[in-house]
Design a protein around this ligand. Structure first.
Ligand SMILES: [Zn+2]
Length: 293
């Protein structure tokens, strides 16, 4: 750890973040739901209640997460909800300031991103999408619900049509998208514990690129920057970040989260946990780096 000079003097979290990014040879960024929430793309509050009052009235949901995992009784209702959800969280999602500032901080470095989010935040904030690996699917993509073949599909116009013509929380049955191979209904491309997820050639190519990046940066000052990652699916970002940090004595593990999670003893000496507001820390760190030139 003697390699990270930044850590010696800096106590302010945003300056510390700026210093660590500046000093790193490579940055592996893991992004979870907390990052989008910090940028205002929350699953609760007005964003939820104003867009789904009818569904909330019927099912008494607490938030959009619960809603998105709901087992709908019919496909017409499933797509009435999903089409509105996809429009809100993908098709019409604006660029977030935090995402933009983060991009500007890392874009001149060697970096790669893995995310368990499925929203449009990286596209909207103009990331180089060759460097972003969506591990859990994307809301705009569809898969065959029977998993008959490994291909995803995207038809934004049909989503918008479903939003426009739905009535009483149902789309007309003829708008239910069907698999071109087996005629089973389509569903959103999304990983579940029971079925996994359809992973097509584009997904495989993204996975290979991410893994090649990790392989190329197994030594040196690698920053594993984990932003807004909770404990729902630790096997995708958190646990691999711990493991890779342990395997490289010059690596740093930096989780940004207001909630703190138990970090294994072996990783703690290489951990700098930032518990302040995610968005504030990123925006201020970006300012620090800009002044520094
Ligand atoms: Zn099929």
């Amino acid at each position: 750890m003697e390699n990270w000079d930044t850590l010696k003097s800096e106590k302010d979290e945003s300056r510390l973040l700026a210093g660590m990014i500046d000093e790193a040879d490579a940055v592996v960024v893991g992004i979870g739901a907390g990052m989008s929430a910090a940028d205002g793309f929350t699953y609760t509050g007005k964003r939820f209640t104003e867009n789904f009052p009818d569904f909330i009235g019927k099912y008494k949901w607490f938030d959009m997460l619960q809603a998105s995992l709901f087992d709908f009784p019919t496909r017409t209702e499933y797509w009435a909800f999903q089409s509105r959800f996809v429009e809100l969280n993908y098709l019409d999602q604006p660029a977030g300031d935090g995402y933009i500032a983060l991009r500007k901080m890392i874009e001149d470095k060697d970096y790669h991103v893995i995310t368990t989010n499925a929203d449009n935040a990286f596209y909207a904030a103009d990331y180089d999408m060759d460097k972003v690996f969506y591990y859990q699917g994307e809301y705009a993509l569809w898969q065959c619900s029977a998993f008959c073949h490994q291909q995803t599909y995207r038809h934004d116009d049909q989503i918008r049509e479903m939003v426009r013509v739905q009535k009483d929380m149902e789309i007309p049955p003829e708008l239910i998208p069907r698999c071109p191979e087996c005629d089973a209904p389509m569903e959103i491309n999304k990983r579940t514990a029971e079925k996994g997820m359809v992973e097509d050639a584009a997904f495989e190519a993204d996975r290979e690129q991410y893994e090649a990046f990790l392989e190329a940066h197994k030594s040196g000052k690698v920053l594993y920057l984990e932003i807004g990652v909770g404990y729902t699916t630790p096997q995708y970002i958190k646990h691999p970040f711990w493991r890779m940090t342990r395997q490289n004595k010059d690596a740093l593990y930096v989780p940004m989260n207001q909630k703190t999670y138990r970090i294994p003893e072996a990783v703690r000496p290489q951990t700098v946990a930032l518990t302040g507001d995610i968005r504030e820390n990123i925006l201020n760190a970006h300012k620090t780096l800009t002044y520094k030139g």
